[in-house]
Write a protein that binds this ligand. Structure first.
Ligand code: ATP
Length: 138
């Protein structure tokens, strides 16, 4: 079994119940879940890998604009399964290509895209530590 870090972003916070339900229906298990609100600094740290990208300032503003839910998901192939449930990064692309996906249903655009999922074992470990470790945020 594998662990991944999911995050319900501020734009989808009010739809958290439906997104949690989608996780459970896919035979994935929620091992830890918490609500927090990231400061600009914390959001900047979470997405530091994108710090040189033109959309970074907008992403940091968005990610610190309201409450989020951080979720530890456990299950067989959890990283790939959760990313598949999310659909394409851009919500508009998701609506065209994967209308059943979470980003298609609950996302807005390329930045406000409803939810996040770790892209590898290594990032899952780092992100889970960020939200649930001893020096956790919030
Ligand atoms: P995430 O890491 O949140 O699961 P992802 O792996 O699909 O998403 P990344 O390429 O890692 O996408 O980008 C991280 C986040 O930055 C995206 O989820 C989105 O919120 C934002 N983002 C990515 N690309 C763009 C873009 N071209 N324009 C605006 N925002 C973007």
């Amino acid at each position: 079994t594998e662990r991944t870090c999911a995050m319900i972003k501020p734009d989808a916070f009010l739809n958290a119940g439906k997104i949690v339900n989608a996780i459970v229906r896919s035979n994935l298990r929620i091992n830890q879940l918490r609500m927090c609100k990231l400061t600009q600094q914390e959001a900047a740290q979470f997405y530091a890998v994108h710090s040189e990208r033109p959309f970074y300032p907008k992403l940091v503003d968005f990610m610190s604009s309201g409450p989020i839910l951080a979720i530890e998901i456990v299950g067989e192939d959890a990283i790939a399964k959760w990313r598949s449930l999310l659909g394409p990064t851009n919500s508009e692309t998701a609506r065209a290509e994967r209308p059943d996906s979470i980003r298609a249903k609950f996302g807005t655009d390329n930045t406000m895209n409803a939810a996040h999922g770790s892209d590898s074992d290594e990032t899952a470990t780092t992100e889970l530590d960020f939200f649930f470790g001893s020096g956790r945020v919030g």
